[in-house]
Design a protein around this ligand. Structure first.
Ligand SMILES: Nc1nc2c(ncn2[C@@H]2O[C@H](COP(=O)(O)OP(=O)(O)OP(=O)(O)O)[C@@H](O)[C@H]2O)c(=O)[nH]1
Ligand SMILES: [Mg+2]
Length: 248
């Protein structure tokens, strides 16, 4: 990885009742990276614990993954921003590997491709994710195989996407808008471990249904965007510097 002495990275950690996972997650944040824990109305003392552990804590009262993730993005000030779940399923020590292509200028958005460990990813969620990725490959031509929540990009460019979803469609909306703008999107494999604490999405009917509905809305938006693509992919519309990064 090329040395970038002036580069700083803010790590957005959306957090809803993740007290059990916080100590490990924060202990794995790479040196020089700033953890931004976005407390989304936790009742278990997550915010207080995160503060005690030295994290920068932001409060977002509006419930929803997207609301928390976006509050963290808006609170970030570094040149580069990374996202990581705060439930112990993803190791923040992997973040430099995701940041490297962005810092080196070979990708505009880097996603994680989850390598599930036993018990980490329920079958229904894996199947749904694989079908979604297949559709996205067909529609966009991107070599995406997962829409993993650990990701990295330049902060100003992420803000410029104007993300609007505040629930479970946030990560997909980011991919859709980035793709429509011609961003170079890459994937890096990371281990996906069983989460610490109770599942909120994949392990619950309500979370699963909400996620499916939110993603459906984004797929509709993608279809509309593709129909007016010549307009959206004009040279002024994004950071694309020609050519797509291949997933690796
Ligand atoms: N689901 C959910 N997660 C939130 C919310 N606010 C913050 N988060 C955090 O967002 C991250 C991702 O949410 P998870 O609940 O792990 O979602 P998931 O990984 O898709 O599914 P499970 O791990 O099976 O629950 C975690 O760190 C949550 O604590 C919210 O309103 N809903
Ligand atoms: Mg999780």
């Amino acid at each position: 990885m090329r040395e970038e002495p002036l580069a700083r990275v803010d790590v957005v950690l959306p957090c809803l009742d993740e007290r059990g996972a916080l100590p490990w997650v924060l202990s794995r944040i790479p040196a020089g990276y700033r953890p931004i824990v976005v407390d989304n109305g936790s009742c278990d003392g997550s915010a207080e614990l995160a503060l005690e552990l030295g994290a920068f804590v932001v409060r977002e009262d509006r419930h929803g993954f997207g609301a928390a993730a976006h509050a963290g993005l808006l609170a970030a000030t570094a040149d580069y921003v990374a996202f990581c779940d705060c439930d112990g399923s993803l190791d923040p020590a992997m973040l430099p590997a995701l940041l490297a292509p962005v810092m080196e200028g070979t990708a505009d958005l880097v996603l994680c491709r989850r390598r599930p460990q036993r018990g980490s990813w329920p079958v229904h969620a894996r199947v749904a994710n694989a079908v979604l990725a297949w559709w996205l490959r067909r529609l966009t031509g991107e070599s995406v195989s997962d829409l993993g929540p650990m990701r990295a990009a330049r902060r100003a460019e992420l803000v410029s996407l104007g993300l609007e979803d505040r629930r479970s469609g946030y990560a997909l909306e980011m991919f859709v808008k980035a793709s429509l703008r011609g961003w170079r999107i890459a994937e890096i494999p990371v281990a996906y471990a069983p989460r610490t604490g109770r599942s909120k999405v994949t392990g619950t009917l309500r979370g699963t249904v909400t996620a499916v509905l939110d993603m459906y809305v984004q797929l509709i938006a993608l279809s509309r965007g593709l129909r007016s693509r010549p307009l959206l992919s004009s040279p002024q519309s994004g950071p694309a510097r020609g050519g797509r990064a291949t997933g690796n």
